[in-house]
Design a binder for this molecule. Structure first.
Ligand code: A2P
Length: 337
């Protein structure tokens, strides 16, 4: 049997990857509807070598859609996801609109697929990209020895902020190399040749919303409200691939060797950990365009008896967004739609 699929936000960085991954993994697609704003209506996008016309979401009738993958921002999801669900579709939503609602499961395919079964609103939330890759790598350690606290600093690529952000990094880099100063637009300050410790809006507690997503989502995905998370989220001038320096405090001690063994057999993880030049993952050499979550620099913390350090890198558009959404769709259809 095939399933009628809608991709909402199909012209965006994540939407385009959703189409690519649906084709690549031979998802049993019946009809495929590619939807975006009226700005894109009439454009064409590629699906496995076929050209499909983009249609305006606002005028689209969701009747007959089995699975809808949404990645067009929170306000679009809030307005349209319930309509698709009411028409009978299972909605897999990449925005943060529903992630913290109790009756919406928040699922990483390798970590808590069982949570998919309970979806009373017909909506499933796809986690934030930084949380996603961290969960794939940390869930096996949490299961083995328990994690008490996670200290994490992220190094997040510009693709996480969408197509216009990638264009800004490219344009700004070229302009600055030609001694032409450029005004920032998408980012609050210059991103080329710089770093920005500010992603999403500032909240009253002094953290950014991107940082708090890692706190809230980690607890929900691991089903453990006691895990402490202390994040700093930083945007870096990299096009594809988020990196994370993660410092754990575990409940029981775990050696680096045991952690390496656990991670080598963990689903979705690839260990790249040789103490030599290039023996560690980076966005460019490993993650960009690939599916696994790469883990390296696994070592015990010199300053804490139950501390473990890891370096985690993944393609934020693929595992961090589009790939996990398609994996969830696969699990939904395997369970009978
Ligand atoms: P469009 O290209 O027509 O603006 P990105 O995160 O890479 O910027 O992509 C955002 C995606 O969400 C694009 O596909 C964009 O379509 C889509 N989008 C943005 N606003 C709307 C809207 N109001 N209705 C439907 N799609 C939208």
């Amino acid at each position: 049997r095939t399933f009628n699929v809608a991709v909402v936000g199909a012209t965006g960085a994540v939407g385009e990857a959703m189409l690519e991954i649906l084709a690549e993994r031979n998802f049993p697609v019946g009809e495929l509807h590619v939807l975006a704003s009226e700005r894109s209506a009439g454009r064409e996008v590629d699906f496995g070598g076929r050209k499909l016309p983009v249609r305006d979401l606002a005028g689209f009738d969701p009747a007959g859609v089995d699975v809808a993958l949404f990645s067009a921002g929170g306000s679009v999801s809030r307005a349209y996801a319930p309509k698709f669900a009411a028409a009978g579709a299972v909605v897999i939503d990449n925005s943060s609109a529903f992630r913290y609602d109790e009756d919406v499961p928040l699922v990483v395919a390798e970590v808590n697929p069982e949570a998919l079964a309970e979806r009373p609103r017909g909506i499933v939330a796809n986690p934030n990209c930084s949380t996603m890759q961290m969960m794939v790598a940390l869930a096996p350690i949490h299961r083995a020895v328990g994690i008490e606290r996670i200290n994490v600093a992220t190094y997040q690529s510009v693709s996480g902020a969408g197509r216009s952000a990638m264009e800004e990094l490219g344009r700004q880099t070229a302009a600055l190399l030609n001694f032409q100063p450029q005004e920032p637009a998408k980012f609050p300050v210059q991103i080329a040749f710089n770093l920005i410790p500010h992603i999403d809006e500032f909240l009253d507690n002094g953290f950014t919303r991107e940082e708090m997503k890692m706190v809230w989502e980690t607890r929900k995905i691991l089903g453990d409200p006691d895990i402490l998370v202390n994040p700093t989220a930083v945007r870096v001038p990299v096009f594809y691939g988020h990196s994370e320096a993660v410092h754990l405090e575990t409940r029981e001690k775990i050696t680096a060797e045991r952690a390496r063994e656990l991670l080598m057999s963990a689903p979705g993880v690839e260990v790249v950990d040789e103490p030599e030049a290039g023996g560690y993952p980076t966005p460019v050499t490993h993650a960009a365009g690939r599916d696994p979550v790469y883990v390296g620099r696994i070592r015990e913390d010199l300053s804490h008896p139950r501390g473990l350090n890891l370096w985690i890198v993944a393609d934020n558009i693929r595992k961090g967004a589009a790939l996990n959404a398609v994996q969830l769709a696969e699990l939904v259809v395997k369970a009978g739609g």
